[in-house]
Ligand binder design. Structure first.
Ligand SMILES: Cc1cc2nc3c(=O)[nH]c(=O)nc-3n(C[C@H](O)[C@H](O)[C@H](O)COP(=O)(O)OP(=O)(O)OC[C@H]3O[C@@H](n4cnc5c(N)ncnc54)[C@H](O)[C@@H]3O)c2cc1C
Length: 358
């Protein structure tokens, strides 16, 4: 039976950044990524892929700052990666001014403005706006595939392979696949995105209290101007993102449809999604609302306290869960990966001491 030092279950942006982190910290380790479909095809494929430099808590702000620097370094090293810096405009009710200014990182350099672009309703006594920096958006599926490409062949990938079982054994964990193959791993990271209820780990994850929520983003078939940046509507937790390379806008808003099953979502926008999104658009960007007719629908895992979950699931710290990033799994993935690798530091040190098991 094959034995690997680390098995990472889930080939999304979080699983692939974790595999990269393990490969960097333990260059001699054998790392195997398991993916039931194709790498970058889960929530990552449908992601709006916006990074903004903010967080509702100190930990998330720290994670956002870490991830921002990580993505900047990736792009500096390979300017062909599908990561696109974009200017930032934040709009909020005046009552939320302190909240906005506390949520954004210092490096966002928020600066109050007294006028909005002429395609948005003008500011009133009730509203406030800021410009800032540090935003970027990515084609997350393509970026995930690029990360996987950079890891091969040192890191192994099994795509189209469903992980059907996970059992504790003396050498770590034994994983059983849809192909009939069985592999043992010294340590396992579960990064299954919204597939929290898969039979192999449903019971282990239940105590974490994470839930799965629908996430919807509409496409607005109007080309943005070259100078347009992302407009964040703070109070609605919504944003308008100019997808310059696609010559259209994307509008992301907060759906409140909970406990969906990722295997049952069709990816199609329904009338209720359109109506909910247009309500926000008519209030905040009425000129674009009529052109919002299609989009992308999927789901994501959400934690109870709205901070990503990175947890050891056993006493020895050989089984780790990483995810439930609350619709921010792209922008926080590098920091999640660093936390997961930190939890596995004993295994990383052991492999490094032994020069790796081949
Ligand atoms: C419409 C939409 C817009 C979004 N916009 C943003 C945004 O602007 N900014 C942001 O930061 N985030 C955004 N998100 C959230 C972000 O995309 C997710 O948080 C992130 O992609 C999660 O990454 P992941 O690797 O955990 O999950 P996934 O990409 O879903 O990867 C998990 C992988 O695990 C695999 N898997 C599951 N079960 C098994 C099994 N039993 N065996 C083998 N493989 C398995 C799945 O096939 C999947 O590929 C958005 C999400 C959606 C849906």
């Amino acid at each position: 039976m094959t034995h690997v030092d680390f098995a990472v279950v889930g080939g999304g942006i979080i699983g692939c950044t974790i595999a990269r982190e393990l490969a960097l910290r333990a260059p001699h380790a054998s790392v195997l990524v398991l993916e039931q479909d194709a790498v970058g095809s889960g929530a990552s494929r449908r992601s709006a892929g916006l990074h903004f430099p903010r967080g509702a808590t100190e930990r998330v702000r720290r994670m956002a700052g870490y991830s921002q620097a990580y993505y900047r370094a990736l792009l500096d090293a390979d300017p062909a990666l599908p990561i696109h810096p974009v200017p930032l405009l934040v709009v909020s009710d005046r009552a939320a001014v302190d909240q906005v200014e506390a949520a954004y990182l210092d490096e966002a350099g928020l600066s109050r403005v007294d006028a909005l672009p002429d395609w948005l309703p003008p500011l009133s006594d009730e509203t406030a706006a800021w410009t800032g920096e540090g935003c970027q958006y990515a084609d997350v599926g393509a970026l995930t595939r690029a990360l996987a490409r950079s890891l091969r062949p040192r890191t192994s990938f099994r795509e189209g392979v469903f992980v059907a079982s996970l059992d504790r054994v003396a050498s770590g964990y034994e994983l059983g696949f849809s192909t009939g193959e069985r592999v043992t791993a010294g340590s396992v990271v579960l990064a299954p995105g919204p597939w929290l209820a898969a039979p192999a780990w449903r019971e282990r994850l239940a105590p974490l209290g994470a839930r799965v929520k629908k996430v919807v983003a509409l496409h607005i078939e109007v080309p943005p101007a070259a100078e347009d940046g992302v407009v964040v509507f703070h109070d609605e937790d919504a944003f308008l993102l100019p997808l310059h390379e696609q010559r259209r806008w994307l509008f992301s808003y907060t759906s409140q449809v909970w406990d969906v099953d990722p295997d049952r979502l069709t990816g199609s926008v329904c009338a209720a999604d359109l109506a909910d999104a247009r309500e926000v658009l008519f209030a905040r960007a009425p000129r674009l609302a009529g052109s919002a007719r299609s989009g992308r629908v999927f789901c994501d895992a959400y934690s109870a306290n709205r901070e990503p979950l990175v947890r050891a699931l056993d006493e020895e710290g050989r089984l780790v869960f990483a995810g439930a990033a609350n619709g921010s799994g792209y922008r926080l993935a590098p920091a999640i990966a660093a936390e997961a690798a930190h939890l596995l530091r004993r295994a990383v040190e052991n492999v490094s001491d032994q020069g790796g098991q081949q």
